[in-house]
Design a protein around this ligand. Sequence first.
Ligand SMILES: *[C@@H]1O[C@H](CO)[C@@H](O)[C@H](O)[C@H]1NC(C)=O
Ligand SMILES: *[C@@H]1O[C@H](CO)[C@@H](O)[C@H](O)[C@H]1NC(C)=O
Ligand SMILES: *[C@@H]1O[C@H](CO)[C@@H](O)[C@H](O)[C@H]1NC(C)=O
Ligand SMILES: *[C@@H]1O[C@H](CO)[C@@H](O)[C@H](O)[C@H]1NC(C)=O
Ligand SMILES: *[C@@H]1O[C@H](CO)[C@@H](O)[C@H](O)[C@H]1NC(C)=O
Length: 477
Amino acid sequence: MLPSVIVVLMLLSFTCGENPAVQVILTNKGLQYGKHVGAGWIQDKLESFIFPDISGEIPISFFGKLQYTLTGITITKCDFPEPSVEFYQNATGFKTSMSGLSVALTGGWTTLFGFIHSSGSFDLAIFSVDVTSVVQLGKDADGHLSVTSASCDAQVGNLDIQCKGGTSWIFQPLVEHYKGSIKGEIEARICPNVKEIIANLESHLQAMKVSFDVDQDITLELPLTGLPVIDASSLNLGLKGEFYSIKTHAEPPFEAKPFTVQKQSGYMLSVGLSEFTLNSGSYGYYSAGLLQTLINDSMIPPGSHVHLNTSSMGPFIPQLPKLFPGLLMNLQVYAREVPLFSFQPGSVKLNLLGAVKAFAIQPNGTQTPLFKLSVDSIFSGKPWTADGKLKGSMAMNNLTVTLASSEVGTFKTDAIESLVRMGSQVIVANLNEKLGKGVDLPRMKQAELVNTVMAVEEGFIAISSDAQVLQTDGRFN
Ligand SMILES: *[C@@H]1O[C@H](CO)[C@@H](O)[C@H](O)[C@H]1NC(C)=O
Ligand SMILES: *[C@@H]1O[C@H](CO)[C@@H](O)[C@H](O)[C@H]1NC(C)=O
Ligand SMILES: *[C@@H]1O[C@H](CO)[C@@H](O)[C@H](O)[C@H]1NC(C)=O
Ligand SMILES: *[C@@H]1O[C@H](CO)[C@@H](O)[C@H](O)[C@H]1NC(C)=O
Ligand SMILES: *[C@@H]1O[C@H](CO)[C@@H](O)[C@H](O)[C@H]1NC(C)=O
């Protein structure tokens, strides 16, 4: 039933035209590591767990009731066997089982029987506790991952209770008699606690952000696009992975294409990042009018033998100094179209279609348009990871300059083209120096990526990685 519902929902989400642009696969290796960290965390929690006082009554035939209170209960010893966890297709989630948990507790007791008060201490050992919990994963309306308890089953194998002090000799036999119901009482308290932990986790998930502002101009939206998919050895999440301009929030005129990331079971995580994600970012900046700049003469290094004035342009455009002698110039540089990235096996290509509009600045400040050039270039690059950093290199494959329109008559663009090519080469060399040093891989407060490898595939980048929980506060080990 459930699998067919998922298929229908997946189809619905595809027909709505929303393919995930980011895919995340958690492998069994990742699940087991997560469990190991989680188990350590639970053990630490247990050791410092403060039990509430427990009060109750035991009816004693003909004599009335024995009222008791158990106080100051602490764990003296806990044998916490490593639980097992597996992907559970039936519930689209995980199945966690723990068997053989044993806990020794100590505390104080007080009783009231009629008007007789008594008090003492007790030792309680709980043996062979088995807990099986199935957690179901889903997605809420805002695209958060959700977790719910699908089933929980708890069994206590055996109990041993020793009461000491006061009138314990009277009711120690009673305690033996009621052992079965005390066992039932303890069993009944386990699953509500497990469900509370899951509900707590769920409220954390609901509070998580699904969109992140990258800077003041663009935001990245990462909600789930469909329900989580579980198979026997992995959990697969599809995320929107789309950048938007904060100002326009305009949809780009292209869509995310479906792609398939190969699961790498030797790594904890596999992530696929579609070229759509990068291109939506590019569109975000473009649609907000941010891919343009003005260049004036004060930005040209003083030592340069070419300056932004009409006389300096003489060797390139002979008629210019004659038509407009001795005037400073401005260049308006902008992207004619959305710069598009394309991912091909082993390389990333960037197609930049740019334009340059040149103006002469009249003595009264008026800008007189002179000409417009189209500057088309193709860059290619290669990203990789090394020493925990994301590195890369890039090269300019092609650059052509053509005259798009002119107010000063036609002229040859070959010399300008070599000039722009030289300038671009300087920029590329600078970028390569930075890319060679690399930038740190994204890292969270509690975890970092290790053993990360990446490969550029057709239409997407595949990243496989292990994660490592940081032991900064000594909670995880
Ligand atoms: C999954 O569900 C089916 C039908 O409800 C059941 O027959 C099967 O035993 C279940 N599998 C597991 C591993 O629980
Ligand atoms: C050039 O532009 C910069 C920044 O836009 C500006 O501060 C400067 O005054 C301009 N210089 C000229 C000569 O127009
Ligand atoms: C124009 O640039 C040249 C250098 O190429 C410089 O010698 C000259 O003084 C500049 N003229 C003006 C008007 O700024
Ligand atoms: C500025 O000077 C130019 C050229 O001399 C002239 O064509 C234009 O009308 C003037 N503009 C203003 C606002 O004075
Ligand atoms: C560079 O682009 C021009 C014009 O688009 C094309 O004719 C030429 O073949 C390209 N050269 C290379 C090396 O790609």
